[in-house]
Design a protein around this ligand. Structure first.
Ligand SMILES: [Zn+2]
Length: 692
């Protein structure tokens, strides 16, 4: 092979695919054998152009030149001696980063234009990781500390305009998604960098090694990848314990494997046939079915069976529409179907039991009522999408959908919140179409080119065959490529109501809505709530005016209460000041007062000290059933040292079964015995008289 030598290049590599390996390790011949040459377009370009690298071809050069210019660096076309070597010079380091960016932006932009958004699951996670890898290279090798990748989208979109126009059409959206991802990840990088700084001392004490578990935490909690940790560590003269990191990673993998243990047996053939597995649900609500094959699935100790029939009216989950449930009946038994899914081209019915009579003739009956609700919601989704494009604009693209018996959920590209007025307009449009009782126009096996001519809205993410199914409700309103189930007439949806509008990601909004009975129930609920509010307000004639009046009244009353409270405090202060008496040449006051909190008591003590010179003050209060004491001394008295607020309060606290403390001039105590408050107050005078 190319022996890792950059001047020896593989142009193609034939792989012959013949067998499938079963769970018991035995091999069976594949239904169709094939050869994969692996000769990609870029490799071919390189061979034809007579250059030594994919990156020197016209496919990559425009991007590479743009990146170099934008980052303010030069591209030298250097690479390490072998493909597995690390860069040894600054030029190599820069060149590698530029190539990574030029390569990754293609994968990222195409995938997002194809409808796959970055996320934390499945394909979305793959794209997020590729994007983050590119950001890291820009960050550490090209010194780009601000979002950078998104700037490449227009260059790529122009370059691909004639062969992948979808990217150009969605340029603003794709750019925005990438920029938001970059902003979020750069923040993570920053947090991780700070964390690394904080770890530096510990590493120095650990023989200049960052331990593996810490590196794993950085990657797991902060999304801070190992190679970047290692890179930054190197810059600080540290190393990272890679063995320890891998161990921590393995441990976590082991944990998550244990979480979702599913064991799947091989298919068992019941009936051999060449024409299996036909979906007849477009025309029939139930059908006769013969079992072709089944397999057993063990999920965490729970057993399920998957059954495939020669034909079925059960709709298998796809295109956002949930799978059918229902029954399989034979002369011998009745089995519950809990879900229907599509796997490759197989329509798979899931049951909890295996049929006793495998070769019996089954009557397959999907739940009819549930299916009606699903049909309503699916057609309403089409009407909604058309309304969104009319009200918000042609930039609205479907980014995901869910249709089940309870609701419909529709995700779409749009940059700002949909206003209440727009939502109302959208609802009105959909309800208008419902009242028009538009009949379903369903066309199957339409050549894809013809479907597009009809103006059918295709999804970028979906892969369509040569022939498609076109669902139309008013050819000037809604024409879509769709494999789902629909109502015969929009009138049967009855009523459409949006329940929520929210953001799900950068430039993607989500609308949830309900139809028919569920829509009525939703409106009834809102009206009931309103009725309850009205009743609680005493059935006023004008609800809003009455509510506003009440709010104003409450504000006025609150203000009045505050005024009264302040008056009471002032009165208490005046009264207390008049009770001050001379005790051995000091101004002495000990009294039980009204206070609502310890803070209140403290404030009162400070206020009294301000107005009365040379004061020795002891205050007690019952605060929600708990006794509280405060002792306050004039500064000069405290400084003289004969009396001490802390000593005094501790002595007095014995009367209320409590304790406390503070400073020489001010101290407080709490206790358990409210009844002891008068004794504590009385004791104060004796103590002060003796002490002073
Ligand atoms: Zn559809």
């Amino acid at each position: 092979m190319n022996a890792d030598h950059p001047q020896v290049v593989e142009v193609w590599n034939n792989v012959f695919m013949e067998f499938q390996r079963l769970a018991d390790k035995s091999l069976i011949k594949l239904p169709a054998q094939s050869v994969d040459t692996g000769m990609g377009f870029e490799r071919l370009m390189m061979a034809v152009s007579g250059v030594k690298s994919n990156y020197d071809t016209d496919v990559f050069q425009p991007l590479i030149q743009f990146i170099a210019k934008e980052a303010g660096v030069l591209y030298h076309g250097t690479s390490p001696a072998t493909v597995t070597d690390l860069p040894t010079t600054e030029n190599e380091k820069t060149d590698i980063a530029i190539r990574v960016l030029a390569d990754h932006i293609r994968a990222i932009a195409f995938t997002i234009a194809d409808g796959q958004l970055p996320s934390n699951v499945k394909a979305g996670y793959v794209i997020r990781r590729i994007l983050r890898r590119a950001v890291r290279y820009a960050f550490s090798s090209l010194n780009q500390k601000q979002p950078f990748l998104y700037k490449l989208v227009p260059v790529l979109a122009d370059q691909m305009a004639s062969i992948f126009p979808e990217l150009k059409a969605q340029q603003a959206f794709v750019t925005r998604v990438i920029e938001e991802e970059e902003i979020a990840f750069l923040k993570t990088l920053e947090t991780g960098l700070r964390r690394l700084d904080a770890l530096e001392d510990a590493a120095r004490q650990n023989g200049n090694v960052i331990d593996g578990r810490t590196a794993f935490e950085l990657s797991d909690t902060f999304g801070f990848p190992f190679d970047l940790t290692a890179l930054i560590a190197r810059e600080k003269g540290l190393t990272v314990d890679e063995v320890g990191f891998k161990k921590a990673l393995e441990e976590q993998k082991g944990r998550s494997r244990g979480d979702q243990e599913t064991e799947q047996s091989d298919w068992v053939t019941v009936r051999d046939t060449d024409t299996p597995n036909v979906f007849v649900g477009y025309d029939q609500d139930e059908a006769t079915a013969h079992l072709l094959r089944y397999r057993k699935i063990d999920k965490k100790g729970k057993t399920e069976y998957q059954l495939v029939f020669d034909q079925t009216p059960f709709y298998a989950e796809s295109g956002g529409q949930i799978g059918d449930t229902g029954y399989l009946e034979s002369d011998f038994e009745k089995l519950r179907v809990i879900d229907t899914k599509k796997e490759n081209d197989l329509l798979i019915h899931t049951t909890l039991d295996l049929p006793q009579e495998l070769t019996a003739e089954f009557r397959a009956r999907p739940d009819a009522a549930r299916r009606t609700l699903i049909r309503n919601n699916h057609t309403a989704t089409h009407l909604l999408q058309a309304a969104l494009r009319r009200v918000l604009g042609e930039h609205v693209q479907q980014k995901g959908s869910l249709v089940n018996e309870k609701l419909l959920r529709f995700d779409f590209s749009h940059f700002t919140k949909v206003t209440d007025a727009q939502l109302r307009e959208i609802e009105n449009l959909v309800n208008e179409r419902i009242r028009q009782q538009i009949p379903l126009d369903e066309r199957r096996n339409v050549p894809i080119a013809e479907a597009k001519n009809l103006g059918a809205m295709a999804l970028f993410g979906e892969k369509y065959g040569e022939f498609v199914r076109v669902i139309t409700f008013d050819k000037d309103y809604s024409v879509e490529l769709c494999g789902g189930l629909h109502v015969a007439n929009t009138g049967s949806i009855g009523y459409f109501k949006i329940t929520t509008e929210s953001a799900v990601g950068a430039g993607v909004r989500r609308i949830e809505a309900v139809t028919a009975g569920a829509a009525e129930a939703f409106v009834d609920q809102q009206l009931d709530l309103l009725a309850q509010v009205r009743e609680a307000l005493g059935n006023p004639q004008h609800l809003l005016t009455s509510l506003e009046k009440q709010t104003d009244e409450i504000a006025a009353l609150r203000k009045q209460i505050e005024q009264f409270a302040q008056q009471a405090i002032n009165q208490q202060k005046t009264q207390l000041a008049s009770q001050v008496k001379d005790l051995n040449g000091l101004n002495f006051l000990a009294a039980q007062v009204q206070a609502t909190s310890a803070d209140d008591l403290k404030k009162l003590a400070y206020d009294l000290r301000q107005t009365t010179p040379n004061l020795v003050l002891v205050l007690g209060a019952d605060i929600d059933g708990k006794p509280q004491l405060a002792v306050m001394l004039d500064d000069d008295i405290a400084k003289a040292g004969k009396l001490n607020a802390t000593t005094l309060v501790r002595e007095l606290a014995k009367e209320i079964q409590g304790g406390g403390g503070g400073q020489p001039f001010f101290a407080t105590a709490g206790g358990k015995n409210v009844a002891g408050l008068p004794a504590a107050i009385a004791k104060a005078e004796a103590l002060v008289a003796a002490g002073a």
